[in-house]
Design a protein around this ligand. Structure first.
Ligand code: FES
Length: 271
């Protein structure tokens, strides 16, 4: 067989990914979009349910703990339980405090370049995978409403940094055991892991890397930006890992605090 006979014909003007066949791939390419749909759907369903619960989000002095769910922090709503309240409170907000908060980290993840790639593949199937034809006949990219709002990602990044500081503060407070002093519990480890992963997720963000080293013509003239850029670049290469790990652990942190606050489990003290 000659090279010409074994080659694939290209028909310009056809559907993205190939006009005659959906794909030439013979591997199990459909597993990845299926896994993305399953995991992201599970997270959205759980976080929506948890946000509307408006209870069991704080473990306080009555059990010698200071643990707050990341879904409810900072707790600024009028219905926040004593001990969980932030420095200021919006008394007029009587619905679940989580509903104020989740829009910001939710917006950060929704506009994330990695998640965009994932849910465009998984949910919109545009395209479902590399070298697989779109489920749609045309493609307008992110140049029009509503996807043009994906360009707001850098602003969500700045807001996410504020949340990271607040959740780091919560992690530090989780070492405090009211009436007992300071120590480490399983809750301390969960909230600390959550804060650490959120920092890694944010610092590995493409907008962060651009902020550090973007539009610099000469790194020699900007040694500090060069240092930041050198620091975040290897993190950026692992952004996908941090995206999934931080998503899993933030949900785990809410589940853990919820189980302790409801009395289903005891927060085990290590020392
Ligand atoms: S690119 Fe994913 S958080 Fe910015």
């Amino acid at each position: 067989m000659t090279a010409l006979e074994s080659s694939t014909k290209v028909q310009l003007g056809g559907k993205r990914g190939g006009p005659d066949q959906r794909t030439l791939r013979q591997d199990h390419w459909a597993i990845q979009p299926f896994a993305i749909v399953t995991l992201l759907s599970a997270f959205v369903i759980y976080s929506t349910w948890a946000a509307f619960q408006n209870k069991y989000y704080f473990v306080g002095a009555n059990v010698h703990r200071d643990l707050i769910s990341p879904f409810y922090s900072p707790c600024v709503g009028g219905s926040c339980v004593p001990g969980a309240k932030f420095a200021f409170t919006w008394h007029w907000w009587t619905w679940s405090p989580a509903l104020i908060i989740l829009a910001f980290p939710g917006g950060f993840r929704f506009t994330c370049y990695y998640y965009r790639r994932s849910y465009y593949r998984g949910f919109w199937r545009s395209p479902p995978s590399c070298a697989v034809a779109d489920d749609h006949g045309n493609y307008s990219g992110e140049t029009r409403f509503p996807l043009i709002f994906q360009n707001s990602h850098r602003y969500f990044f700045y807001i996410a940094l504020i949340f990271n500081v607040l959740l780091t503060y919560d992690a530090v407070l989780s070492f405090h055991q009211p009436g007992l002093g300071w120590g480490v519990t399983v809750g301390t480890i969960v909230l600390s892991a959550n804060a650490a992963l959120l920092w890694l997720y944010s610092l590995s963000c493409h907008a962060c890397r651009h902020l550090c080293g973007g539009q610099v013509k000469s790194f020699k003239a900007h040694p500090l930006r060069y240092r930041f850029w050198k620091f975040v670049t290897p993190l950026n290469a692992k952004h996908m890992n941090f995206a999934w790990a931080s998503l899993f652990v933030v949900a785990l942190a809410d589940v853990y605090v919820r189980l302790v606050a409801s009395g289903a489990i005891t927060d085990y003290k290590l020392f």
